[in-house]
Design a protein around this ligand. Structure first.
Ligand code: GLY
Length: 587
């Protein structure tokens, strides 16, 4: 059956949300005179694959294909996930890699619980609230680039944990594909080439990382150039042969600490030795007939996503998807969620977060009652109370295998090329995850996100994240794995994609390709991806400050449709999904 522009038969809406239900699913997109998604993106169909043997959806074709090969070799979703995440670190080194960290949700088809693996980077033990204060003023640039921006990386430990708990292939087998890519070389992709060019000025201040991506003539690599990574080969060889230990105790750990300290950092070998992956409980909520599982703190993603969906479920949206009434309502719900993000959220190992209250139906009803269909509210009227006073990094990977095991992982070194500090011998680009803290509580962080003491810097604390790896189930059966990269727009990307699919029955490719909108409460601006949207004037009348911004999230999603999996990788970042043609045949 051709699923394009159809209403999925699996969609069963409760009376609560039927007002924006299936009828709208058949309505054409109502985003003004904008070209249809197919017109905006070249060869949109290349970003979609359908297979009954499982799918890997990563934001680089080679990573998806390497993961699909692991499925074809008898691996499961966890094996394919480790393969693809390591491959992403080679192919898209601006966004994720061994110098970063992330979160994964894994649900085995024979399990009744979703495992949450938290391998978020952690503030060094010498970190403290005022570590960025210089001459009485907070110097935000220190949390962005250089050694002080670096938090203890968790990527290697997280992948080791994912594989150790759920993988089926040998460890050497899951590391080998990335090692081969780094050793043989791969062509520089369009997205990496764009990021390299846009960082040319910044790289002048950071010659060491620039040299990693320069050719013999000292020019930055361009699209199609062969990228060989002898430095990374050394790290991946140790990872393959000795496992994760050298990253936390011994030679690689020492080299990471030395590199951070050489650039003014405080990360120590002891911090690496003390690093621990955390097991967490997922945020679980229902939306219509669906059960949503998403990421708990130290990410804000799951709570904000569920909170916004719950508010929406209480609203009479009174109109079709893409019209002013609808956009106003779903954006108002999102603003409440982001206001509470700023007020309440932080690392629950350090601060109290009222998780149950924030995701409760009662609280959602209270917030929904405040939504005024004709006007925005004053900023301080969103969420519980007013809080105290660029993207490019990150990668999301979704995997579903033939057995129905689901994986959603989002991994990051934070903004493009992280801290700019690279571990010379091993080519590991160190994260700048310290910038995800509110280094000056009450002031916007690197993403313009407001936060308070809940997300202030403290020793061994994990900075608040927006990463939202998410799984959905229908009648207890695996239905969907999705997530995104893109800083705070991760939350709106996952939110709108879920709404489009679960409430409107859009095909995942149409949902992913639809023009994005984003609001994060502060700044008080409604960002839209494309110009001349039909509803912009109407929204401005209601008090929204509408602004066009091109940079958005990149969503990877896999949806079950009967015995098939439909996988989509976002064209915004050039992602291409892959599937084994049969369980024993490579893609
Ligand atoms: N570094 C982006 C995030 O965790 O939200």
């Amino acid at each position: 059956m051709d699923q394009r522009r159809s209403c999925f038969t699996i969609v069963t809406l409760t009376p609560q949300i039927v007002t924006f239900g299936c009828l709208a699913a058949f309505a054409p997109l109502a985003f003004g005179d904008e070209p249809a998604p197919e017109m905006r993106f070249e060869d949109l169909e290349a970003h979609r694959v359908v297979s009954e043997h499982g799918v890997v959806a990563a934001d680089h074709r080679l990573a998806s294909e390497a993961g699909a090969e692991a499925l074809a070799a008898g691996g499961n979703a966890a094996d394919a996930g480790v393969v693809a995440l390591l491959a992403l670190g080679v192919a898209n080194p601006f966004g994720s890699g061994l110098g970063g960290g992330g979160f994964c949700l894994y649900r085995g088809a024979d399990q009744d619980e979703t495992a949450v693996i938290d391998f978020r980077e952690t503030a060094p033990s010498a970190a403290h609230r005022d570590m960025y204060v210089v001459d009485g003023e907070v110097d935000h640039s220190l949390a962005r680039h250089g050694g002080l921006a670096v938090a203890t990386p968790g990527e290697a430990a997280g992948l080791w944990s994912l594989h150790g708990r759920f993988g089926r292939l040998e460890w050497e087998e899951v590391v080998e594909p990335a090692l081969q890519m780094a050793d043989q070389g791969i062509p520089v992709g369009a997205t990496l080439a764009t990021h390299l060019q846009s960082m040319a000025d910044t790289f002048e201040e950071w010659p060491q990382i620039a040299s990693v991506f320069q050719n013999d003539d000292g020019e930055l690599l361009a699209e199609g150039d062969l990228m060989v990574r002898d430095d990374l080969v050394r790290a991946l060889t140790l990872l393959r042969d000795e496992g994760v230990r050298p990253f936390y105790v011994g030679e690689i750990a020492d080299a990471i600490a030395e590199a951070a300290q050489a650039h003014g950092g405080i990360l120590s070998a002891d911090d690496l030795a003390a690093y621990a992956v955390e097991r967490r409980e997922p945020i679980v909520a229902t939306f219509g007939d669906y059960e949503i599982h998403s990421m708990p703190p130290p990410s804000s993603g799951g709570i904000a996503l569920v909170q916004a969906l719950h508010v929406v479920a209480h609203l009479d949206l009174n109109g079709e998807r893409g019209e002013a009434d609808y956009v106003h309502a779903v954006v108002e719900a999102l603003k409440h969620a982001f206001a509470d993000r700023a007020r309440w959220l932080g690392d629950t190992d350090f601060v109290d977060v009222p998780v149950d209250m924030l995701i409760s139906e009662e609280y959602a009803a209270e917030l929904a009652a405040r939504v005024d269909g004709s006007s925005v509210l004053q900023l301080e009227d969103y969420g519980t109370v007013a809080p105290d006073p660029e993207g490019g990094g990150t990668a999301h990977l979704s995997v579903a295998d033939a057995e129905g095991n689901l994986l959603a992982c989002t991994s990051t070194i934070n903004t493009r090329f992280g801290s700019m500090v690279v571990v010379p011998e091993y080519g590991i680009i160190l994260n700048n995850e310290m910038a995800d803290f509110n280094v000056e509580p009450g002031e916007p962080n690197i993403f313009g996100l407001i936060g308070n003491e809940q997300n202030a810097v403290a020793a061994n604390k994990r900075p608040l994240s927006s990463m939202s790896p998410t799984l959905a189930f229908h009648n207890d059966q695996p239905l969907m794995t999705l997530g995104a990269s893109g800083g705070p727009t991760i939350i709106s990307g996952v939110y709108f994609t879920l709404l489009d699919i679960l409430a409107f029955g859009l095909d995942p490719l149409d949902a992913v390709a639809s023009p994005r909108i984003h609001h994060q409460w502060v700044p008080n601006t409604l960002f839209v991806e494309v110009e001349d949207l039909s509803f912009s004037d109407e929204l401005e009348k209601r008090g929204h400050d509408v602004e066009v911004r091109r940079a958005y999230n990149a969503v990877q999603i896999i949806l079950r449709d009967g015995s098939q999996w439909i996988g989509v990788a976002d064209p915004r970042k050039g992602g291409i999904p892959a599937a084994p043609q049969s369980p024993n045949e490579s893609p």
